[in-house]
Design a protein around this ligand. Structure first.
Ligand code: ZN
Length: 201
């Protein structure tokens, strides 16, 4: 997996805030990358605070955790505006599962960046049908730095950008993702969607 490293000067500027977005499909390592950046800020003795939407109860109510168990403490919040009061002391603000937040998220994160904070948001950029996910396009447009990370296609081994759902549910949010989502490349996703449509007839 290749990651884009920010130049050192950008990480050291304290007074100026900015927004970083880490986006990609399921299993692309978004949360690992978010945690990597947050841990580095912690090593640099910066105050960090981490938020996630309250609906993401997969693993833990008080931590942002990856599939392989790496974790940082986090606040589960109902609305993006709740972050403003919880982030007052923080120099670095992390957000996981950003795609599930309400439409105010870009404005809230802008406000935090305007206050001089470094904001790092990780989220799914597309839903299981390949549509831009919720507030993510706006967030990406308003960010200084965007990193798209990729999973590996389960069918052919190429870079995957889609999160293909293997169940028939039309619900946008599905918990317990490991068994019902597959990372697929563009071509394999198109084939799998066509197969799904054929199976429904
Ligand atoms: Zn493929």
């Amino acid at each position: 997996m290749e990651y884009v490293y920010l130049p050192l000067e950008q990480e050291k500027i304290q007074k100026k805030g900015w927004i970083e977005v880490v986006c990609g499909s399921m299993f692309s390592g978004k949360t690992e990358e978010l945690i990597r950046r947050l841990k580095r800020a912690e090593f640099a003795k910066q105050d960090i605070v981490v938020f996630k939407p309250r609906l993401d109860v997969r693993y833990s109510v008080s931590e942002v955790k990856t599939h392989n168990g790496c974790a940082v403490d986090s606040h589960a919040v109902d609305r993006s505006s709740d972050m403003l009061k919880h982030a007052e002391h923080a120099q670095v603000v992390g957000i996981d599962e950003a795609q599930f937040f309400d439409s105010e998220l870009p404005m809230v994160l802008s406000e935090l960046a305007n206050q001089g904070k470094r904001v790092i948001a990780a989220g799914l950029d597309m839903d299981y049908l390949g549509r831009p996910f919720g507030v993510m396009p706006n967030l990406i447009a308003m960010a200084e730095f965007v990193t798209k990370v990729h999973a590996i296609c389960l069918h052919c081994g190429d870079l995957a950008l889609h999160s293909h759902r293997t169940t028939k549910s039309k619900k946008l949010v599905e918990l317990g993702e490991t068994d019902i989502y597959q990372p697929l490349c563009r071509q394999c996703f198109v084939k799998a969607r066509a197969q799904n449509v054929a199976n429904l007839k």
